[in-house]
Design a protein around this ligand. Sequence first.
Ligand code: ADP
Ligand code: MG
Length: 241
Amino acid sequence: MTTPILSATNVSKSFGGLRAVRDVSFEVRPGEMFGIAGPNGSGKSTLFNIITGIPFGPTSGEVRFKGERIDGRPAYAIARAGLCRTFQKDAEFPDLSAADSLEISAVYNGRVDRRTAARRADEAFALVAFDGGRRDMLSSELSVFEKKQLMIASALVSRPAVLMLDEPASGLTRPEIEQLDALLRNVNASGVTILLIEHVLALLLSVSQRLLILNQGEVLAEGEPSAVVRRPDVVEAYLGK
Ligand code: ADP
Ligand code: MG
């Protein structure tokens, strides 16, 4: 078996007396689209925080990226090594055009000169199929879906090996979720491994090769997505909330 590109071994995170993530272990294979689901408060976002070091690493346990331990490393070092995430927030630079905003992300995150940044921005715009005629719009004036495209493109300009997305479908209409489905497949097909937290189960089931279910901070199930969501304990965890 190939070395996992990312692995967590018995990671835990406590906030005071609350163990938000408990002894979670999983492995992601290179090139995979790996889905993560679970009820509200089950520790999904905390798991992403632990992995990326933003704003904290695990209380205990190990995280490995390309075989090397990254837990305890500063967040910028983890990002520069090729593990990038997006956040659920509005445009990063609302007063800049989409194109300028992306170039700035490329210069800053990728540590490249302006010319290389412009090329990376073009590449990222193409990967997310951003409408060329809309690049000079102010970021704040973009549609909800275009803001998502820009957010994902901003992570892609640093050419990450692994892209981690926390509920990218939130706020999107059904047709937009279908567009997001195609976008994720396209990015994944370009060679980027994707970790996807998503509450829109249809999207998760459509794109994920494997699915991890968290419940109360623990791994409840892991495996082939359609089989996992049919398990009685998984159904119970969702409906019991
Ligand atoms: P999910 O993303 O699955 O909805 P979270 O990872 O955001 O869940 O939260 C898991 C648990 O950890 C929740 O009980 C939440 O209130 C708690 N939690 C998350 N972040 C913090 C924090 N910074 N300080 C204290 N408690 C937190
Ligand atoms: Mg969350």
